[in-house]
Design a protein around this ligand. Sequence first.
Ligand code: SF4
Length: 679
Amino acid sequence: KWLKPERTVTTTCPFCGVGCQIDVGVSENRIVRVRGNRSPGSPNNGQLCVKGRFGLTFAESPERLKTPLVRTDDGFKPVSWDEAFKIITEALHKHRERSFGMLASARCTNEENYLAQKFTRLVMKSNNIDHCARLCHAPTVAGLRKAFGSGAMTNSIAELAYSGCIFVIGSNTTEQHPVIALKIKEAKRRGGKIIVADPRKIELTAIADVWLRHNPGTDVALILGMCKVIVDEGLIDKSFIEERCEGFEDFASSLEKLSLEEVETLTGVDIDDLKSAARMYATRRPSSIVYAMGITQHANGTENVLALANLSMLTGNIGKPSAGINPLRGQNNVQGSCDMGALPDLLPGYKSIKDPEVRRLFEKAWGCRLPEEPGLTVTEMFHAIDDGRIRAMYIIGENPVLSDPDAGQVVESLKKLEFLVVQDIFLSETARLAHVVLPAASALEKEGTFTNTERKVLRVRKALEPPGDALPDWEIICKIARRMGYGEQFSYKDPEEVMKEIASLTKIYGGISYDRLEKQPLQWPCPEPDHPGTPYLHGDGFMRGKGKFHVLQFRPSPERPDREYPYILTTGRILFHYHTGTMTRKVPDLNYLRPEEWVEMNLLDAQELGVTDGSWVEVSSRRGRVRAKAKVTERSPRGVVFMTFHFSETPTNNLTGALLDPVARIPELKVCPVKIQPI
Ligand code: SF4
C-alpha cells in the first residue's frame, strides 16, 4: 500500500562517494519516499541517481541479520549478544599484537572507523588495520602526498561545471558517479572541452571533443606523451612552475628521450589526437582532471597518479578554482575511513605511526603505548594468514571474498584462521566463513558522519529502527572493547562524543562539530571552530611546501596476454549495482534492471570465437574460471573484455591476480590475461 510519510529525515546516500543528500520519507518504520535534498552545501543540489532514489529498500530486506550467529557443526546458531561477546573476547585475548588483523570499512561512518583503528591499536596492540581503499585509492594517497603533500581531491564537485576543459581518464563517471557526470555535462553546455581517455567506449565519449582510446595499462606513456607535447610547444605555465614547484628541470629533460612515435606504438593513440588533447588541456584553463580506478587499480597505480600530478603542475592547473585533480572515491566513506587512520601506517589525520611525537600525542589522549611498526595491508594480511603470522581477524562491513583479487585464494586463507568475526548487515559471502557473525545497523539506522569524495563532512542521520537485535557498528566495537578491559577509553555515549575526540586530535577536522554540521556540511581542512572549510586545496601553497615533479618511466603491466590467455580482462562497476552487490542485489527494482553478469566483448572477437550475444562463455585465467553470458558490444575494443564484480554467482575476482604496486600495495585489477571459450 502507498503510505504518506509521517516524517522526513535528511541524511547521506549510503552508496557512492558523491555523498548525495537525501530526504527519506518514513512511515511505520518503512521508507515510503526518497527525494534529493537541495539545502546549502548539498553536493547533489537535489539530483539523485537510480541507486539513491530507488535503492534504499535493501534496509527492509527480510535477509537482514537480526541476531548474533555462532558457527556450529550444523551451521549457524542464533545466540544472545552476551554469548557472542564472551566468545569474541576470549578468542581475541589470545591473539593480541601481530597475530590479529582488522578490516575496517568505507561503508561505516567516520566515528566507527576512528573507533575501529583505536580498538586495533589500543586494545589489540597491532597496526594491522586496513580497508578497501587499498583496492581503490591507495595510489592516490601515496602519489598525491608525494607530489603535493595531500592525497585528497583538490577541488569541489560544483567547481567542475566551470572548468574550461575536463580531462576524464580511467573513470566511467556516468555509471559510477552519476551526479558528478552531470557536472561534466554542465561544463560542456557552458562551452568547456571534454577529453576522455578510456580503452572502452563509455557514455562520456559521446560528448568528448577528443577520445583517446589507449591500450589498457599504458596510462603513464599516454600522460607523459601529453606532457612532452606541452613542453615542446611552450605551453607550460612558467611562472607557476618557478614560484611553486621543484624538480621541473629533471622532469623536462627526461621527456627529451621520449618519442611521440613510441607513445603511439605503446598506447595505440594517434599522435594527432594526443597533440589535440595536450593543447586543449594546456590552453583551455581552468582545466580539471577527473580520474577513478582506471588510473589507480594497476601495479603501477602510484606512477599513474604522479604522471597526472606532473601534467597539472606543468600547466598551472592546480590550487585554483575549477583547476585541479579530482580522484573520485568509490564507496560512500572511503575518504573518511582514510582520514580516520584505518590504515596500517597512518594515524588519524594522515599522521605517520613512525613519528614519535605523533605517537606521544595519541598515547597521551588514549592512555596507552602504541605499537611503532606499520602494520600489514589487506593483501599482505591474507598472505600472513597463509604463513601463520595472522591467526585472528575482525572484519567490519567488507566482503573480500568477492572484492579482493585472486578471490579463490582469499577463501582458502580465511578458512585457515583460528578465529574470524564478521560484522555486517547481511550474511555476506565473507560472513559465511566466520566463527561469529554480528548483526550491524545500516547507514539508515544510525547517527554519524561520512566524508565524501570532495572532503565534505556530511551528517548521517537515523531514519529507521534497526531490525531485531542489530546495533550500530560504533556501539558493537565499544562494547567489545569495554569487555576486554578498556571501559574508560571506549565510554562514549553517542557518535557526537567520538567526533569531539576526533576534532581534538586531528587538525584537518579540528573545527568540525555536529552543531556546525546541522547548518551545513564542511570541507576539510577545517582546523578551527570558526574556519569556513576549504573548497579547493593548495591555493596558498602546496601542503608539502613546493609541488614536486617526478621523473617517470613507462613500465608495461607485468600481466600481459599470451597465446594461452590472449584477451585482456578489465573490471569495473555499472550504474545499477554497488560494489559486491551485498545491498543492491537485495533491491528487486535494481536487480530487475540488471540481474546477472555479462562478459562484454567486441563483435569481431565474438565472431572469431563463435560466440553470439547472450550465449554462455567460460572465462579463465591462471587463477581460476567463471561462467557468464556474453554481451557482444562495440563498447569493448578488440582483445579487451569487461566484467564487474557485483554478482556472487559469477565471482569475477577469482580471475584477477594479486600483483602489487610497489608503493601503494594495490593489486593489478585492470589488466588480467584471460581466455574465453563458448560453452
Ligand atoms: Fe547515491 Fe552516488 Fe547515486 Fe548520489 S550518485 S544518489 S551518492 S549512488
